[in-house]
Design a binder for this molecule. Structure first.
Ligand SMILES: [Zn+2]
Ligand SMILES: [Zn+2]
Length: 249
């Protein structure tokens, strides 16, 4: 399991994604002459584009720049939308619908700087995507983005495990291989003996709220005995530490 973000392609920040229209904000003095313009090579091209196209493009570039640089505070709401606070006002953006409550969008139908800013912050992982919420890692408490519908304890990227990860047990020093990270807490998950993982004395030093990680002992594996054949054991997540050295068979 991983919380690594797959950039949501539908929210990609297009440099020239908007329509044309009568925006009045394309010529402010805050443009950086050496900005990384995706079309910077176009200047001398005999493209034959007319002045209207060029004006539209300049306005688009200006809007993209302001989306990146202007001070704005973006906060996710609980209904998949975002509040964007700027010096000029506070607006509500619905990223999946592509709408914003500002006049630039509502009246002129532009892909405004607020929409762009939200898309940028989502893509860069600074705020959750519309289908995500903020979760807290059960081991270190760091905030991590999790699917909205997900329940159960969560782990951040640093403390999460993948199936097949080699780990050491902090209590015994034994080598194990992770088979899965469960969505159950150490005080919920019961072993075959009917006890919770938390109830075992060897787990006293680990959090009852941590997700249980299932693993098999490396010594129980063999050429004809893979991780699905071996007996699985549950551990509080922080009891297992990744082995960073490459394994040899
Ligand atoms: Zn807007
Ligand atoms: Zn963590």
């Amino acid at each position: 399991m991983t919380h690594r973000r797959i950039p949501p392609a539908s929210f990609a920040v297009g440099e020239h994604g908007g329509g044309s229209g009568g925006g009045n904000d394309g010529n402010r003095g805050d443009r950086d002459p050496d900005r990384d313009d995706a079309n910077s090579g176009d200047g001398d091209d005999p493209t034959g584009e007319d002045d209207t196209d060029r004006d539209d493009r300049n306005r688009e570039d200006g809007r993209s720049e302001r989306a990146k640089r202007e001070p704005m505070t973006v906060r996710p709401l609980r209904d998949r939308r975002y509040v964007v606070e700027t010096d000029g006002g506070t607006y509500v953006v619905a990223l999946d619908a592509g709408t914003c409550s500002c006049p630039d969008h509502e009246i002129r139908g532009e892909r405004c700087k607020h929409l762009r800013r939200v898309a940028i912050e989502v893509t860069e992982g600074r705020i959750p995507a519309p289908d995500e919420r903020v979760g807290v890692c059960a081991v270190c408490g760091v905030e991590t983005f999790v699917p909205f519908a997900a329940s159960g304890p969560r782990l951040c990227e640093r403390h999460d495990f993948e199936r097949g990860d080699a780990v050491y047990d902090r209590e015994t020093g034994k080598l194990l291989v992770v088979t899965r990270v469960t969505a159950r807490r150490a005080d919920e998950y019961r072993t075959d003996e009917g006890r919770t993982i938390e109830a075992y004395p060897t787990n006293a030093a680990y959090g009852a709220h941590e997700p249980v990680v299932e693993a098999v002992y490396a010594e129980s594996l063999g050429p004809a005995h893979g991780i699905d054949d071996a007996r699985r054991y549950g551990f509080p997540a922080s009891r297992l530490v990744p082995v960073d050295v490459a394994r040899e068979d």
